[in-house]
Design a protein around this ligand. Structure first.
Ligand code: F1P
Length: 341
């Protein structure tokens, strides 16, 4: 995280410098929509990015799996800014989406980790994530850094458009706190290891979150599947009652991601619904949750940045679940480092 922030923040004016963005202030003001494309973890950081851009820059934004977008003959809109996200920069579905967009005359930026990769070359500009090499097949530190890169991008677009200096300062101060807070989360590893041992024999795991918590729930569920092969589902918390509640039983624990935002009370009601069906609950929150069987505590920061911090203990949970089950974490079965077909 230090690396993605380094040299990019100007505290005096609460602005950020994104050298390779290739989008001047006039162009930034003309953006009517942002559409973010990526696969797997990259798609999930896109969901976080879309929320940050809506919150901080007040531009309507959404994310879609690039692997879907490329096949549906999408309508390409000249006032939409398209952003492709990829750790490796080589994922074929994402590259194909970029090529399709370019063929139709769209402006496409990249949020990419590997410098000089195919997606970095094909896009018109963008932000490098500087997470260093991902030694493992699955994306972990890159997930975190990409979310931080999106916070910087949202801040940049926001300061050109609507965002106040005060809000800019607040978010910048929050970003500055992240490295130490991440270190604090990592210091809690022993406790997470014990929790992983306790939940490792689950028949299936449910992950839920509302708004800021939802992309984190999706990513945590993907991480668990990828490295431990435990079946997991992720749902927006309010969708539970539209079907998935039927799955809740003691052998199907729920991981609930609970940012300290104005949805906390609503989230607590979801915990009650799960408890009423004898479901076990592991919460990720800023304070102990009385309805949960266990709570992993995460330091408080600006709520907009909660998805960045809250993802980290759940990466550790997936890691320790995989270890507890004797999986080969560095070479999960059936996965490739970059999916190039
Ligand atoms: C996308 C991705 C990863 C996933 C797996 C397969 O990679 O879906 O998120 O963990 O390794 O590829 P990338 O485009 O971010 O390199």
């Amino acid at each position: 995280v230090d690396r993605v922030l380094r040299g990019r923040i100007d505290d005096r004016f609460s602005t950020v410098h994104l050298g390779g963005l290739n989008l001047d202030a006039r162009e930034a003001r003309g953006v009517r929509r942002v559409k973010i494309l990526g696969c797997g973890s990259a798609y999930h950081t896109g969901l976080i990015g879309a929320q940050l851009i809506e919150e901080l820059a007040r531009i309507p934004a959404d994310a879609e799996p690039a692997s879907e977008f490329r096949y549906r003959n999408p309508v390409v809109d000249p006032d939409t800014l398209y952003i492709a996200v990829s750790q490796s920069g080589e994922t074929y579905d994402t590259l194909a989406a970029v090529q399709e967009l370019k063929r139709k005359g769209a402006r496409v930026l990249g949020v990419v980790n590997v410098v000089g990769s195919a997606i970095a070359r094909e896009t018109d500009g963008g932000v490098y994530v500087h997470a260093g090499p991902e030694v493992c097949v699955v994306s972990t530190k890159c997930f975190t850094n990409t979310a931080v890169a999106f916070a910087l991008l949202a801040l940049h677009l926001g300061r050109i458009r609507d965002l106040s200096v005060a809000d800019g300062k607040r978010i910048i101060a929050g970003l500055r706190k992240l490295p130490e807070q991440i270190a604090e989360v990592l210091r809690g590893e022993e406790e997470i290891k014990k929790l992983a041992a306790e939940y490792a024999n689950a028949k299936s795991m449910m992950f839920v979150g509302r708004v800021r918590g939802y992309p984190v729930a999706r990513e945590a569920s993907l991480k668990l599947k990828e490295v431990s092969y435990v079946h997991a589902e992720a749902y927006p918390a309010s969708e539970l009652k539209h079907g998935p509640l039927a799955l809740i039983e003691p052998e199907v624990p729920t991981v609930a991601v609970l940012p300290d935002d104005d949805l906390l009370e609503k989230n607590r009601a979801t915990l009650e619904e799960i408890k009423a069906r004898s479901g076990r609950i592991l919460a990720v929150a800023h304070r102990e949750q009385e309805k949960a069987d266990h709570t992993i505590l995460v330091p408080r920061n600006e709520v907009e940045l909660d998805p960045i911090l809250m993802g980290i203990p759940l990466q550790l949970l997936a890691y320790h679940t995989a270890l507890a089950l004797g999986r080969d974490i560095d070479k999960p079965r059936n996965l490739a480092k970059s999916v190039t077909v």
